[in-house]
Design a protein around this ligand. Sequence first.
Ligand code: AMP
Ligand code: MG
Length: 325
Amino acid sequence: MIGLGIESTAHTLGIGIVNEKGKVLANEKSNFTTEKGGIHPSKAAQHHVLMYQFVLDRALKTAKIKPKDIDIVAFAQGPGLGACLRVGAVAARSLASLLKVPLIGVNHCIAHIEIGKLTSGFKDPITLYVSGANTQILALASGRYRVFGETLDIGVGNFIDVIGRSMGMGFPAGPTIDKLAKKGKNYIELPYTIKGMDFAFSGIQTKINQLVQTGKHKTEDLCFSAQETVFAELTEATERAIAHINKNEILLTGGVAANSRLQEMLKIMSKERGVKFAVVPMALAGDNGAMIAWQGILEQKANYKMKDTAINQHWRTDDVDVTWL
Ligand code: AMP
Ligand code: MG
């Protein structure tokens, strides 16, 4: 079976092609980026429309397959930005009907988990899923990926992008902040907002924006302090989850999983706890089509039945029955 997956929940238009064994044959993408300011949903959607044919052709070429070789078409049905989700849904519906193959709508957050399980070989991890809009600590219990901790306001990637914007960076700011933080030497005291297993980032964001405006601090120190604070919160809550839930693997996935300091903190904690730790590979960390294709294959093999092809902007990870394991 060969699956084609379309990702368009936010900034990325991704088209991936994956076979039944989990081999990624193609993982092409085009990212909507800015020099200044964040993601404007309708501009991102327009980017996806303009880039669709180009990315599709490139994916087919890289995978060295013809459209008739595709057995299923999967798309990210939610959660995400409405305008962006609609582009992927329309493209997937027409492609599936043209090829006369099953259409599979998958949950984007779950695709981030399953691609991490595929690449790590982990069977039953506690997952720290960190991306632009989402930040959750998840583990499988009674047939669903249950949320053991999550952000009470914005996703950690969004936090990083917004503080980056206040320092004059474009979108995405994550990679730049990751680099600058390495040069930071002075820790600036910031609010540490963790409530049990949940965390909140908007207060820290406001504080950093105020500190930027004083002009008294080096950007490197602000980046360093921001990372140390929010990643310590994420590591603390993940450690608490592993202490309470009887599992022995920790998986880091999502766009912010690319961050070197977050990886380091989790690696140290996992070692101290005597549990295994894995990070999703860079190419599959941020939003991508390959993870959507793989999730489609998993669900098709479990006799998926499409009920409704409408997008679901607020589709929660713990609303999905895990039928494919
Ligand atoms: P996603 O929504 O899963 O594609 O993740 C996108 C988010 O990952 C954006 O908010 C980026 O700023 C963030 N990101 C990408 N690379 C890094 C990095 N090295 N460190 C921190 N955040 C990053
Ligand atoms: Mg994502």
